[in-house]
Design a protein around this ligand. Structure first.
Ligand code: UD1
Ligand code: CA
Length: 457
């Protein structure tokens, strides 16, 4: 048997009330359909997955342009059976077809493998689940021997059928030859005037084809997204699963309900993460790190023993061992901090390299800079990197001391061991090992008096 995978994703997703196609809405920072595509690829199908697109299909295609996919268009959305029919010309008769839904993102590789391996040859496999509130979903009808005999959509169901709690998940494993025989014969005489894929169940019963059902480990795996409330429920479930996995691997989360990963997160051991931390893109964290509350870490690399204090934002940066950052610090892209660097409150660093043991502890902007080791940057220091048209570099040697409230007007270099007097506006290079000051000379005006308030007449 060779495996073909078809993902249905042509529907409008009306209930999202959105300009964005439903399957492109994000869950855990990745579109719904990308989750499904990643799962499909993990099953090693013989050919790239086939995705049926229609409504706003171009956007879906664009969003997945880096994945190998065979695209099929369903010009009019006439129902799930009609959608799958469009994919059949791409599938050899001898294949078996795994049907997935673009709006049901958390189906697991394990459950699908179980569906594939448990379905006997020449039988139909289907994933079903018991939902306490099955409203809106297709119901599984079984006979007295517990065999599946039909799927009834809610809109076509009378009260007896509506009371059934076993639902159709929309995942099937079916020999292609059956689909090629049955799908062209579907009709749309139902409440929604659609060609229902689910109607092939009744056809298979008529032809005495066995139907085998499999249940997922978590019902959330088969939870389809139709509106934003469902999206939020599934987002929380997804985050909770990730949180539990990390805790099992040795990460302390002070509250797993207030933890969000929107991308890929890799963490070493004995890391503590406080509440409301958001991880975006690709984030790697070493061991023995502490991340304070309300931080955002995006595309960042943290080595061992780093501490990020409350309310800091780190993006596109590489932070070496034992750096201490924050609270209220902002590290922007292309920043590299060597070991033991301290960045304090209200400090912004952009596109800069700060070498070992340097401290920038209060109220500074450092951009387009190279700062040596063991440097002390005083409170309120600004690198003036922008002349209104171009960006220029500030280069500071090892062991430099920059006095508070200094402006370093780039391009400028401060030699090794230099001291800059507080309040200086440095526009020319400062020599090594000497004190450079550039500010108005302090004078005292004797006998000067404060103006007095004139008496009201
Ligand atoms: C479908 C099932 C229902 C099941 C539910 C599970 C049918 C008739 N019903 O209902 O039994 O309980 O899924 O979530 O199959 N699509 C197309 N083209 C179309 C229509 C739909 O590609 O013309 C795609 C959608 O983009 C979506 C999937 O098929 O990814 C399911 O369609 P949807 O309209 O959401 O079906 P449900 O009413 O949820
Ligand atoms: Ca649906």
């Amino acid at each position: 048997m060779t495996l073909s995978i078809v993902i249905l994703a042509a529907g409008k997703g009306k209930r999202m009330h959105s300009q964005i196609p439903k399957v492109l809405h994000p869950l855990g920072g990745k579109s719904l359909i990308e989750h499904v595509v990643t799962t499909a690829q993990a099953l090693n199908p013989s050919n790239p997955p086939i995705i049926v697109i229609g409504h706003e299909g171009e956007k879906v295609r664009k969003a997945l342009e880096h994945h190998p996919i065979t695209w099929v268009e369903q010009k009019e959305q006439l129902g799930t059976g009609h959608a799958l029919l469009q994919a059949l010309p791409n599938i050899p008769d001898s294949d078996s077809v795994l049907v997935l839904c673009g709006d049901t993102p958390l189906i697991s590789v394990e459950t699908l493998q179980r569906l594939i391996s448990a379905t006997p040859k020449n039988a139909i496999g289907i994933i079903t689940a018991k939902f306490p509130n099955p409203s809106g979903l297709g119901r599984i009808v079984r006979d007295s021997q517990n065999n599946i005999i039909q799927i009834i959509e809610e809109k076509d169901a009378n009260e007896t059928f509506r009371n059934i709690q076993e639902i159709n998940s929309g995942f099937y494993f079916i020999p292609a030859k059956f689909l090629k025989t049955w799908l062209p014969t579907l009709n749309n005489t139902n409440a929604q005037k659609e060609y229902y894929l689910t109607d092939i169940i009744a056809k298979s019963v008529k032809e005495k084809t066995a139907i085998h059902s499999v249940q997922p480990r978590n019902t959330e795996e088969v939870y389809g997204i139709n509106d934003r409330a469902q999206l939020a429920i599934l987002e929380r479930f997804y985050q909770k699963q990730l949180a539990e996995k990390l805790m099992r691997e040795g990460v302390t989360l002070l509250d797993p309900n207030r933890f969000d990963v929107r991308g890929e997160l890799t963490i070493g051991q004995d890391v503590t993460i406080d509440v409301n931390v958001i991880f975006e893109g690709s984030v790697t964290i070493g061991s023995h790190c502490i991340i304070g509350p309300n931080c955002i870490l995006k595309n960042a690399l943290l080595a061992d023993g780093v501490e990020i204090k409350a309310n800091s934002i780190i993006e596109g940066a590489e932070i070496a061992e034992k750096c201490v950052i924050g609270p209220f610090a902002r590290i922007r892209p292309d920043t590299k901090l060597s070991p033991n660097v301290h960045i304090g409150n209200f400090v912004e660093i952009k596109k800069s390299w700060v070498d070992t043991g340097t401290k920038i502890n209060h109220l500074s902007y450092v951009g387009d800079s190279e700062i040596g080791s063991q440097v002390n940057i005083g409170a309120g220091t600004i690198t003036c990197n922008y002349d209104g048209a171009n960006k220029h570099k500030t280069i500071i040697g090892n062991n430099v001391f920059i006095g508070s409230n200094s402006q370093l007007v780039a391009p400028v270099q401060i030699g090794e061991g230099a001291t800059i007097g507080a309040g200086s506006t440095i526009t020319q290079n400062a020599p090594a090992n000497q004190l450079t000051i550039c500010r108005a000379k302090q004078i005292t005006i004797e006998n000067w008096q404060r103006p007095k308030k004139e008496k009201e007449t």
